[in-house]
Design a protein around this ligand. Structure first.
Ligand code: NAP
Length: 293
């Protein structure tokens, strides 16, 4: 059971990770490029290392959370740092791509560093809560060795696969589902409600009440994709196209930028024109993969 843990990076997320470890009783050391950002952590009682090498020397488990992989490589691919990390466990929680994770794992293996990759699916304010999910990928034996440390970040610490890129792959997939259109879509809905004098509370309440129906629609689409059955038995592309068309019209009338909706509407119109208007939304899978004729 590891008691000493080091966190590299004290941005919004790194600070939350370090606090969570400290609150669970780990002897926690932190290093950040800009030292002043560690002051709130020092006031809580965490140990602040004066240099990156000293931070690594202070523990056998090193948690890394900086902005991106470019920063990760700048920090770690330095001979002194590589020697300090030799024989330790490195848990890399900076967001990256599956390829970046694979390259980092090869780097770690060739330097005698045990390596796990993780992807965080929550805001800093939720770090440490029992329901918070963090995905990990890499060797199960390393995951099991550090699981007691990882549980400090969230009760839902999941090893999604031994292949090191799988945590970041699942992160990208889930963010595609919940970020790309959901966040912009929510803003459009908010703007429409504001323009039509519907309260934010009423809008939010309605959005929440629809969540089970959304789950049902996605489950149905997943099943259709698995069966390669793109039949529109529940709703056709023609029916689906009404909402984006109305949104574009509403935005046009109210001077709201609809530049990100217009290309989606064009996809519907193209599908309808080519005689596929009665198919299901899942038909767009083939369009995205360039598999339509
Ligand atoms: P942040 O508040 O902007 O903090 C960025 C951190 O990266 C700071 O500690 C910064 O150090 C460090 N950094 C940037 N460039 C560096 C470099 N070249 N060398 C060394 N350190 C460098 O960002 P954050 O929200 O904590 O996000 C950190 C990571 O967590 C990202 O990969 C993000 O995708 C992931 N994440 C964040 C959230 C979230 O809700 N915030 C959720 C899931 C995942 P300085 O203080 O010296 O600038």
């Amino acid at each position: 059971m590891y008691q000493n843990v080091t966190v590299i990076g004290a941005g919004r997320m790194g600070s939350a990770l370090a606090s969570a470890l400290f609150n669970k009783g780990f002897f926690t050391t932190v290093w950040n490029r800009t030292a002043s950002k560690t002051e709130p952590l020092a006031r809580l009682g965490l140990r602040i290392a004066p240099s990156l090498v000293e931070a690594i020397n202070a523990a056998d488990v090193i948690i890394l959370n900086v902005l991106n992989y470019h920063s990760v490589r700048q920090l770690l691919e330095v001979p002194d740092i590589e020697s300090a990390l030799h024989g330790k466990i490195l848990v890399q929680l900076t967001t990256g791509t599956p390829d970046e994770a694979r390259e980092m794992e090869s780097w770690a293996q060739s330097r005698g560093i045990s390596y796990l990759e993780g992807a965080i699916l929550s805001y800093p304010m939720n770090i440490g809560k029992p329901e918070t999910a963090v995905l990990y990928s890499g060797p199960e034996e390393i995951f099991n060795r550090v699981k007691s440390v990882l549980l400090a970040f969230g009760g839902n610490a999941m090893l999604v696969g031994n292949e090191i890129g799988q945590a970041s792959a699942l992160d990208i997939a889930v963010m595609a589902a919940f970020c790309v259109n959901t966040m912009f879509g929510f803003l459009y809905g908010y703007i429409v409600c504001e323009g039509e004098r519907i309260s934010a509370a009423q809008y939010m309440g309605f959005v929440k009440s629809l969540m089970p129906a959304v789950e049902g629609v996605l489950t149905d689409m997943c099943s259709k994709l698995q069966k390669k059955d793109y039949g529109g038995d529940q709703a056709s592309l023609e029916a689906w196209s009404v909402a984006p068309r109305e949104l574009v019209a509403w935005c046009g009338q109210h001077g709201v930028d609809h530049g990100i909706i217009t290309p989606q509407l064009a996809l519907f119109e193209k599908a309808i024109k080519s005689g596929n208007g009665q198919l299901d939304f899942s038909y767009f899978y083939k369009v995205l993969k360039g598999a339509t004729t």
